[in-house]
Write a protein that binds this ligand. Structure first.
Ligand SMILES: Cc1cc2nc3c(=O)[nH]c(=O)nc-3n(C[C@H](O)[C@H](O)[C@H](O)COP(=O)(O)OP(=O)(O)OC[C@H]3O[C@@H](n4cnc5c(N)ncnc54)[C@H](O)[C@@H]3O)c2cc1C
Length: 465
């Protein structure tokens, strides 16, 4: 059997590994448009050591991912964070990150005295007493719409969009509850099913209680982990062990049916393939499927992509940098362009051991292409200026030893309202074509564990058929 995989990001490489593990006799070609493997996983060789410019951690509570990394022989490379807390920059001031809540959505005003106005805090605490939500089980709406209606605009603009934006590069008004805060959607459903009044604060409290219970059982597992040598350890291990021929600089422009006897690929690979796996972003999948599954196109095109940029900076001295893991910036803060800073050398002990300070500045959200397109020098200046405005740390005086600017055009799918239904509809159309699968962050969810699990499940389906 011959299988072609389009895209050598995490999804494509995981699929190749999984196929080879299941049947080493299968011939696999991985066709990658770029000049390197890894996609949004990208480790850069700073002089001080390997440094991630894309994903920099994974959710270690997803034990399936950790087990997979052990299977790849990477168990000894996994490292935990220091446990340093992060801070929040709002109203021109640094404050501790609020505890509790779900993605910045609080269940009460406790601890928010310095962040939200008195009026908004009163609205939060009174929400449980107002007319309950008319929530239908399985319903969806944007996080922004729900929180604006039940609490206030301030909660969305100051808190929720900053937290969601840090993960999804989109504002709360662009993100659906079910795809981005699934625990909250499930809690709202449970309240509705039980016949209890459905309130936002009640649902958030439910999630808080469940999380506290779950944490009791997994206290020794850190919530996040990463790889000592950066994500390159993962994508290189997958490439080494997947038994595939990986073709770089192979931009695939079309896939057609070989008269019902497999698939032909324009732009890479040779001959016909019995099976094809698309492991590319949704808009690219739409283009590549225009002949094979044209009805999937409208669903795939509905998935918007958010662009961002990361500026990685290594300073000779860490003196004056707050001893926290990073800072999230509230949306709309005047005089600040960055949306977040990760103080990587504080967050990860193995990076702190390198000496000096390692800082990642993140820019850009859905609808704001201009920031990700700023001149490289302007991005670096913005990173240094914002860092000084927010923390007082003067990066220029601290000795800027190394800089790397990485732009991620269309880097993250924006999981809007009904995203899950949109993906299901696209997949239904794709499943009509025998021997074809589509995987990647747009189908699975953004996190590394979700992308891996989705790719493995797709391979099981494909080889079973
Ligand atoms: C800045 C940033 C930070 C992130 N941080 C985290 C984090 O800390 N933790 C976490 O869990 N997740 C994080 N993520 C998300 C995670 O990195 C991604 O969800 C995941 O890596 C996506 O993998 P993928 O294989 O689906 O897609 P991609 O990595 O996009 O891979 C797709 C591949 O397909 C190739 N391709 C595209 N078109 C074609 C074509 N026509 N022909 C051939 N090849 C093509 C591309 O070049 C690319 O290599 C982050 C993402 C970004 C952008």
């Amino acid at each position: 059997m011959r299988i072609a995989i389009i895209g050598a990001g995490l999804a494509g490489l995981t699929a190749a590994y999984e196929i080879h593990k299941t049947d080493p006799n299968i011939h696999i070609d991985v066709l990658e448009a770029g000049e390197r493997i890894g996609g949004k996983l990208f480790t850069v060789p700073f002089a001080s050591g390997p440094t991630d410019m894309g994903a920099e951690a994974y959710l270690a509570t997803r034990t399936d991912a950790t087990e997979f990394f052990h299977e790849l022989g990477l168990g000894d490379s996994l490292v935990a964070p220091s446990g340093a807390r992060s801070q929040f920059y709002a109203g021109g001031q640094l404050r501790p990150m609020p505890r509790g809540g779900v993605m910045g959505i609080p269940s009460s005003s406790e601890g928010l005295e310095e962040i939200l106005s008195e009026k908004t805090r009163e609205l939060i605490d009174a929400e449980a007493l107002t007319v309950p939500l008319d929530w239908q089980v399985g319903a969806d709406q944007t996080v922004g719409a729900l929180v604006r209606a039940r609490y206030s605009d301030e909660v969305v603009d100051v808190l929720v969009s900053a937290l969601l934006g840090g993960v999804y590069s989109s504002s709360a008004d662009d993100l659906g509850i079910r795809a981005t805060v699934p625990a909250l959607a499930a809690a709202l459903d449970r309240l509705a099913e039980s016949g209890e009044p459905v309130t936002l604060s009640g649902a958030v409290k439910l999630v808080e209680t469940e999380r506290a219970e779950a944490r009791k059982n997994t206290e020794t597992t850190p919530v996040f982990q990463t790889f000592r040598g950066g994500y390159a350890e993962l994508y290189e291990a997958l490439a080494d062990q997947c038994g595939a021929d990986i073709h770089l600089d192979s931009f695939v422009s079309a896939i057609t049916s070989a008269n019902g006897a497999g698939f032909q690929i324009k732009g890479g690979g040779e001959g016909t393939y019995d099976r094809v796996i698309l492991a590319v972003p949704a808009p690219t999948a739409a283009v590549l499927l225009r002949d094979l599954a044209p009805t999937a196109g409208p669903h795939l095109k509905a998935i918007k992509l958010a662009s961002s940029a990361v500026v990685g900076m290594k300073f000779d001295s860490a003196a004056g940098l707050p001893e926290v893991s990073g800072v999230l910036v509230a949306m709309g803060e005047p005089d600040v362009t960055a949306k977040a800073f990760t103080f990587s050398s504080n967050k990860w002990p193995h990076l702190g051991e390198r000496g000096g300070a390692l800082v990642r500045a993140s820019f850009g959200r859905l609808g704001d292409e201009a920031t990700a397109r700023m001149d490289e020098d302007d991005l670096v200046d913005a990173a240094l200026d914002d860092l000084q405005t927010i923390t007082g740390f003067d990066g220029r005086a601290a000795g800027l030893e190394e800089i790397f600017v990485q732009r991620w055009f269309g880097g993250l799918p924006s999981y809007g309202v009904d995203h899950i239904a949109t993906v299901a509809a696209a997949r239904t159309e794709i499943s009509q074509v025998e021997g074809l699968e589509a995987i990647g962050a747009w189908t699975s969810g953004v996190g590394v564990p979700a992308v891996i699990a989705d790719a493995r499940a797709a391979v099981a389906r494909l080889l079973d058929a």
